[in-house]
Design a protein around this ligand. Structure first.
Ligand code: HEM
Length: 141
């Protein structure tokens, strides 16, 4: 006879079935996003630094014509657009974590995050607008 056989035969508790978990996986995806965007940013940002500041005379050669030449290529437009979106969303999500960690008052947390999200939307909209509407033939007089 085992200990289990001696255990009293207790009816199943009448607790209702537990409701399905209502928590989302948002924080998991946000954690993953920080890692993936971080890896992509290493390539995009280091490449950007190398091209803009080191190769072929570096920063000295950057002027309107240089930018116009680069942005005439969809490849560099896409590069800069990816860098803008990834850095902005990565930075915003990072600051969201910092605000959650340090702002203890509910209303402070709320307003800081509103400020953060509004600035994110403005910067993304402005940067995207500039990349897509850049006019190399703009009148300079
Ligand atoms: C160069 C490539 C980058 C890599 C590899 C990288 C990687 C990371 C990783 C893995 C985290 C998460 C840390 C954690 O959860 O504890 C993080 C957090 C953060 N990142 Fe980046 N990042 C990069 C670029 C940037 C850029 C360009 C910005 C700003 C626009 C930025 C702003 C932040 C902020 C504000 C946090 C939150 C810090 C915290 O939680 O204490 N990062 N980064």
């Amino acid at each position: 006879m085992t200990t289990l056989d001696k255990a009293p035969n207790i009816a199943a508790p009448r607790s209702r079935r537990r409701p399905a978990a209502r928590r989302s996986n948002f924080e998991l995806y946000s954690w993953l996003f920080m890692r993936i965007s971080g890896l992509l940013l290493i390539v995009l940002v280091l490449g950007h630094l190398l091209i803009m500041n080191v190769l072929d005379g570096g920063v000295q050669r950057i002027n309107f014509a240089f930018v116009a030449g680069r942005w005439s290529s969809p490849f560099w437009q896409f590069w800069d657009l990816s860098m803008l979106w990834l850095a902005e969303i990565h930075g915003t999500n990072g600051l969201r974590t910092v605000i959650n960690d340090y702002a203890t008052k509910d209303s402070t947390r709320f307003w800081l995050k509103i400020l953060l999200y509004v600035s994110m939307v403005l910067i993304l909209a402005l940067g995207t607008f500039v990349i897509f509407t850049f006019d190399p033939n703009i009148a300079t007089d």
